[in-house]
Design a protein around this ligand. Structure first.
Ligand SMILES: [Fe+2]
Length: 276
């Protein structure tokens, strides 16, 4: 039967997700009526499937947009309590994203790093007023205990949000050190995931290159020197060098406390994902 083989080929392509074939060319008079009718029906079905896939993609984009807005809203809660960390969460998220991209991680992993960086200190919401309002550098044992619990508090706050995936573990482990002297769990070496290693570098770098109550922002040479001193016992040496290269080539982030919904930072993987 003329056209049957072509029709079968078209149907196989459609089942594989290829909707670009010209199945309607099989509906002309030169083909058997049976083939024409089948081609028309399958062609219509193909259009409907395409339309539904498009609608699903749109819904997925909206969902991602809302996830990002939710994450930023949660992070804002911390900056309202602790204005000295204003902008820190967003900048760390951006540095995480950049280092993940430079390290060759997948788009999903890069997105996860941005999320983890933005939320990494959310457990500090649980800090006492005494610790938040501390204006000198003296920290007693009780305050130190609070500080050391914030990664675990953050993890426990967020763990019901399954869409965060590996970001939960990165939040919990962003103060672990390769030599096992970090907190909260004293992980060492390979027990610390690449995501947590990236987050640790971004966090330390932003902390030392911004002005806080207890320090002036350091210049880049000094900041690089500190990162390199920490490489080995604390930070991943290979990632530190990648990060320094990235900062030298692409500069510093200067994100302020800007949490406008879906006003994503240009060129970020968030925005790229939403535009897909
Ligand atoms: Fe932290």
């Amino acid at each position: 039967m003329k056209g049957l083989t072509e029709l079968l080929t078209c149907i196989q392509e459609i089942s594989g997700g290829n909707y670009s074939n010209d199945i309607m060319s099989l509906t002309t008079d030169e083909y058997d009526p049976y083939v024409r009718e089948l081609a028309e029906s399958v062609g219509l079905m193909m259009v409907r499937i395409e339309a539904r896939e498009f609608a699903l993609e749109q819904a997925n984009d909206d969902l991602k947009c809302n996830i990002v807005a939710t994450i930023k809203a949660v992070a804002r809660g911390l900056s309202l309590r602790d204005p000295y960390t204003r902008g820190h969460a967003e900048r760390v998220g951006l540095y995480c994203e950049r280092l993940a991209r430079r390290g060759g991680l997948s788009d999903d992993e890069i997105w996860t790093m941005r999320v983890a960086g933005t939320l990494h200190d959310i457990g500090k919401i649980g800090f006492s007023d005494r610790l938040i309002q501390n204006v000198d550098t003296r920290v007693d044992a009780e305050m130190l205990s609070e500080i050391k619990q914030h990664p675990e508090w953050g993890y426990k706050m967020l763990r019901g949000l399954e869409f965060l995936g590996p970001a939960l573990e990165y939040v919990r482990s962003h103060h672990e050190r390769l030599d096992g002297t970090g907190y909260p769990n004293g992980l060492r070496g390979d027990e610390i995931t690449i995501g947590s290693r990236i987050l640790s570098i971004a966090d330390v770098f932003d902390a030392i290159t911004t002005t806080r109550t207890y320090q002036q922002a350091m210049d880049l040479d000094k900041a690089f020197s500190i990162l390199r001193n920490l490489a080995g016992p604390s930070l991943d040496p290979e990632l530190v060098e990648l990060f320094i290269t990235d900062i030298k080539e692409c500069g510093l982030e200067d994100a302020e406390d800007n949490f406008s919904t879906c006003a994503m930072v240009e060129n970020s993987v968030f925005e790229a994902d939403i535009k897909k």
